[in-house]
Design a protein around this ligand. Structure first.
Ligand code: T5A
Ligand code: NA
Length: 210
């Protein structure tokens, strides 16, 4: 039987460096002979993804519950492909996941447990790397754009919500990394934690919030 791949998720505020680190990790794993692929949520290429993209670009309005469910559906659409990769021995490195889903919806006033429910049963990440960066430092990395949620108020509230989510996930699985260091230092820290994980990944992929 092939050893299954690891499911690794990066979370963090906007501009904390998630996309940069996902790309670097996938490349370095592949270079060292580990099969790895990247993925990201929202996946703006699918039908639900196009609706989400229009909402984030503030070209359309949607009820807060409706957009929350679309983000979740966007993950479910991809979930079988993620499981198939993991079972085939490929490590999946994902840029945002259900934790962003809760954080951004709950700060709008939706119930925390309601926000969790549509994601119950999704593939459970083996490791969540939370890139921690002060909102003020994130804002310095090229000013806020025009997308929804790109304001200091939202980012500060989201950071607090992520702390609650991290404690619910538990410190075994949820690791907070200082994302204020230079890109190479963060990458080295990430690589060290992933090497630890790859030694111990075993058993079936878990189910989120189950
Ligand atoms: N959302 C998402 C929901 O509401 N519900 C959901 O369920 C989900 C999944 C999506 C938006 O949707 C919300 C959350 C978001 O508001 P997105 O497409 O993921 O947004 O885009 P962002 O996360 O906003 O992506 P960013 O590109 O802003 O942030 P990243 O990926 O964290 O940062 P990255 O790597 O692109 O880097 C940003 C800049 O900083 C530099 C990079 O070169 C780049 O210029 N940088 C560093 N500079 C200094 N030091 C470092 N260590 C650096 N690392 C990167
Ligand atoms: Na990004």
């Amino acid at each position: 039987m092939v050893k299954r791949g690891a499911f690794i998720v990066f979370e963090g505020l906007d501009r904390s460096g998630k996309s940069t680190q996902v790309a670097r990790l996938v490349e370095s794993l592949n270079q060292s002979g580990e099969k790895a692929v990247g993925c990201r949520f929202p996946d703006r290429t699918t039908t639900t993804g196009k609706m989400i993209d229009s909402y984030l670009a503030q070209k359309s309005e949607l009820d807060d519950h409706a957009i929350h469910l679309l983000f979740s559906a966007n993950r479910w659409e991809r979930s079988q492909a993620i499981l198939a990769d993991l079972e085939a021995g490929t490590t999946v490195v994902c840029d945002r996941y259900a934790f962003s889903g809760i954080a951004f919806s709950a700060v709008k006033g939706l119930s925390y447990t309601w926000c969790q429910s549509p994601d119950i049963g999704l593939p459970l990440p083996d490791l969540v790397l939370f890139l921690e960066l002060a909102p003020a430092a994130a804002a310095l990395r090229g000013g806020f754009g025009n997308e929804r949620y790109e304001t200091s108020e939202v980012q500060i509230a989201v950071k607090d919500m992520f702390e609650r989510i991290g404690s619910d996930v538990g410190s075994e699985r949820w690791k907070v990394l200082d994302a204020g260091r230079d890109v190479d230092a963060v990458e080295k820290d990430v690589r060290g934690r992933v090497e630890e994980l790859l030694k111990k990944v075993e058993g079936p992929v878990g189910k989120l919030w189950a």
